[in-house]
Design a protein around this ligand. Structure first.
Ligand code: EPS
Length: 389
């Protein structure tokens, strides 16, 4: 069965839910880790008042018994403390759509001049459920030594000179934990904080750039056999599905078009002494492909960049139209964040992880973790014998 996730819930409804299908039985969930990811998603400099109200925790409603998956559909719930959707006084109608938000298109789509229903579902609050689902999938990845690292890479005129490696991973995680904006590079971190402060003063907002790197994927996850199975396409779909993301790049990304083939493609090397590594001995001196060729992992780290636009709720408002009168008005303001880029880096890390886990279980399927492991081990053994030395 293919690993899938559906989410439900409104920003100010009772809860967010993720329903995950396709996890094998016998996967032990690290609930502390899952909750840590939820907590990180709530944080980061630039957040607004909502996060002081919420304490996001994963509550397992179905598919888990004694901390271990049963193989049945898993439902995880994240409760909203600021639940007031059915109190009309506390969730007033929104008639002046915010440029950049789903407000206007949703009002037309659902044939109403009140943007409330649209914004409640379009809200980035939904990413709490998706982060929980991603963190759950990472419990599976970690059982196969696949590690995922996400961080804030840049904003406006600054880009961190950070290029994560497996060897640096623990140090990078520690640096990221020390950073108010989840950026392991101190100078970039300071510049980003200054930008967020200025945006707040200007009653404006800022977005930026996130990067996620996945270490330890065996070659062959995803497939070139059909375009729907291409892992880069699936990752792009998932990352573009994060609220406010406007661009996704794998490896060199759009820079590819600025260089010739010999400078873009990564030479192939083989080292039999490294056949027991996750890449089975196939290495590259560089990683412009971002670890994916032909829609499949090639044994190098998977490197994904995502760009988030500035939050569309501006304290200063923007030119808009009142949907009741048709008159030009400033857009409505709802309590919001000046910048949710650090949170978005956590969401991105976890949605990328989910796609990797899905591709992994497609290659190595099994109803139990033991069967998945046996399938993976058999594959790894054969892959190590491709070159008969
Ligand atoms: C959001 C508006 C704010 C954000 C929210 C996304 O919520 P509120 O209107 O309740 O202050 O805080 O993000 C979250 C609640 C979250 O947990 O990430 C929006 O309009 O998208």
């Amino acid at each position: 069965m293919i690993l899938t996730c559906k989410t439900a819930g409104e920003s100010h409804g009772p809860c967010g839910l993720a329903i995950i299908e396709g996890l094998p039985a016998g996967l032990t969930l690290d609930v502390e880790f899952i909750n840590q990811e939820l907590q990180r998603r709530q944080g980061g400099y630039g957040r607004g008042g909502r996060q002081a109200i919420e304490t996001d925790r994963a509550e397992f409603l179905t598919g888990v018994r004694g901390g271990t998956t049963t193989g049945a559909p898993l439902t995880v719930q994240v409760v909203n403390k600021d639940s007031r959707l059915n109190d009309a006084d506390k969730t007033p109608p929104v008639h002046r759509p915010r440029p950049g938000h789903a407000d206007l298109a949703g009002a037309v789509k659902w044939q109403t001049n009140d943007c409330r229903n649209t914004l409640e579902r379009a809200s980035a609050r939904e990413t709490a459920a998706r982060t929980a689902a991603g963190a759950i999938s990472r419990c599976l990845l970690r059982a196969f030594d696949i590690r995922v690292f996400g961080y804030v890479k840049g904003m406006l005129d600054v880009v961190a000179p950070t290029h994560p490696t497996r060897e640096m991973l623990d140090e990078l995680i520690a640096l990221r934990e020390d950073s108010a904006v989840y950026c392991p590079d101190d100078a970039t971190c300071k510049a980003i904080i200054a930008h967020i402060k200025q945006a707040k003063i200007d009653k404006d907002t800022v977005g930026g750039l996130c990067e996620t790197v996945v270490f330890g994927c065996p070659p062959g996850l995803g497939s070139c056999a059909s375009w729907q199975e291409k892992l880069d396409a699936k990752i792009a779909y998932a990352v573009m599905g994060i609220q406010a993301f406007k661009a996704v790049e794998i490896g060199l990304g759009s820079e590819c078009g600025k260089h010739t083939g010999s400078n873009v493609h990564d030479p192939i090397q083989y080292d039999a002494s490294q056949a027991n590594e996750s890449h089975f001995g196939f290495t590259r001196p560089r990683n412009n492909a971002g670890g994916i060729e032909g829609g499949m992992t090639n044994g190098m780290p998977v490197v994904v960049k995502g760009t988030m636009k500035p939050i569309s709720t501006l304290l200063q408002g923007m030119d808009s139209v009142d949907l009741c009168t048709g008159q030009n008005e400033r857009s409505d303001y709802e309590r919001s964040d000046v910048c949710a880029l650090p949170a978005a880096s956590v969401v991105m890390e976890n949605v990328v992880a989910f796609e990797i886990a899905s591709a992994f279980l497609t290659s190595f399927s099994g109803t139990t973790m033991d069967m998945v492991r046996a399938s993976f081990n058999a594959y790894a053994k054969r892959a190590r014998n491709i070159i008969q030395s």
